[in-house]
Design a protein around this ligand. Structure first.
Ligand SMILES: *Cc1c(COP(=O)(O)O)cnc(C)c1O
Length: 383
């Protein structure tokens, strides 16, 4: 991956002065670079952006322009995309356990593609959208993922044929299977192993009279550079693509990337609003916290990189957010040059599972989000 969206020191200072902090900048050019990169290494794969990772309108609009499909999980996401003019045909309702309000909107706007992983879901889908196209989510194991989604979702491989049979009996269009290797998967192994296992499942299904025509390989594609650790994303995608071509040459392949598309498109500018020494330990309070953009510390097990633009000797420091909750501690023993009141901190790679899961707890507004390409020309600097 060649270029990343990362604001310069001058841009950070100018933006903070003009718009105050905390502030998030989203780059739609980076959205395009990420989408095109993934699409070029996985040719022919239909990309369904997982809206939950970051539902910001500018990201969705850019992806729609680029021809992306969308993975939606709730009535709110379907309504939001519909309000933006995105046709239902471009959505897959990929929540294995759907709500009544979600199914109602799906029926209303015409979403007809679903995933499921249990018997109890089949009659719900068949009743709401008779003849709907369904993919069965199957559990896979991956010790190399940061976030394991297979504890909660996925039928056991032994359940595949009975569940497909039940779905067919209820008149659903049984189109294929899907999996998710877990988020921020650091290697191609889990994809390749899954593809091999799924090839057997597709062959078994064929013997049982099913013509599975779609395979959805889910999300999990990693942000390649975090905290100095580098994943060879090109090699990883080439390996996955080779396995797809080998095991599924004639099947329509879908993917549901979330983090990979949006993780590197946002930068947070936050400010030191308090400094303290407690029991000899250095504490810094920031104007954004765990209930805000840093919600990924909890929900996403993510460790954020902090750019201080300082070069002094590093000391271990504790970082806390602005709320009055003692849970609102972001990092402990984060090695960082000494900071002072009002110092600005840039948090690059801040786009996935950040603002999406932020709250207004304790009366703090959600961090304002600006589109970088819309504001950059108005800054009085050279970027
Ligand atoms: C969250 C989610 C994704 C996106 O996962 P990433 O790891 O962010 O790529 C894809 N598919 C489903 C069903 C999800 O729930």
């Amino acid at each position: 991956m060649n270029s990343y969206f990362k604001l310069s020191k001058a841009a950070v200072e100018s933006l903070a002065q003009q718009y105050d902090t905390p502030l998030l900048l989203v780059s739609t050019e980076q959205v395009e670079r990420n989408y095109s990169f993934l699409a070029s290494y996985l040719p022919g794969v239909k990309m369904h952006y997982a809206v939950k990772a970051n539902p910001h309108e500018a990201i969705i609009r850019k992806l729609a322009e680029l021809g992306s499909y969308f993975d939606v999980a709730s009535d709110g996401e379907m309504q939001f995309l519909t309000d933006m003019g995105i046709p239902a045909e471009r959505m897959v309702y990929a929540n294995p356990v759907k709500t009544a309000s979600g199914l109602k909107i799906a029926k209303h706007i015409g979403v007809y593609k679903f995933t499921f992983d249990s018997e109890s879901e089949i009659s719900k889908m068949a009743k709401a959208i008779p003849g709907g196209t369904v993919l069965l989510r199957v559990r896979v194991d991956n010790p190399n993922a940061l976030v394991d989604l297979n504890k909660k979702f996925g039928a056991h491989p032994d359940e595949v044929l009975p569940l497909l049979t039940l779905a067919r009996q209820q008149g659903l269009d049984v189109a294929g299977l899907c999996f998710h290797v877990g988020s921020q998967s650091s290697s191609a192994d889990a994809y390749v192993e899954s593809l091999e296992i799924f090839r057997r499942l597709y062959d078994q299904a064929k013997e049982a009279g099913f013509d599975l025509r779609i395979l959805d390989i889910g999300g999990g594609f990693p942000i390649p550079v975090i905290d100095g650790n580098t994943i060879d994303i090109v090699a990883m995608l080439q390996t996955i693509n080779k396995a797809i071509t080998h095991y599924f040459p004639d099947t329509e392949i879908w993917a549901e990337p979330g983090r990979f598309i949006c993780g590197t498109v946002a930068n947070l500018i936050t400010r030191v609003i308090g400094t303290q020494k407690r029991n000899g330990k250095q504490w810094y309070f920031l104007d954004d916290g765990l209930y805000g953009t840093f919600s990924g510390v909890i929900f996403d097990h993510w460790d954020f990189e902090l750019e201080t633009f300082k070069s002094g000797e590093k000391v271990p420091a504790t970082f806390a957010g602005p709320s009055c909750d003692s849970l609102d501690i972001l990092f402990q023993d984060k090695w960082i040059p000494s900071l002072e009141m009002d110092d600005l901190i840039l948090v690059p790679t801040c786009g996935a599972y950040t603002s999406a899961s932020a709250t207004e707890f304790n009366g703090f507004s959600k961090t304002r989000i600006l589109v970088w390409e819309e504001v950059k020309d108005s800054l009085k600097i050279n970027t």
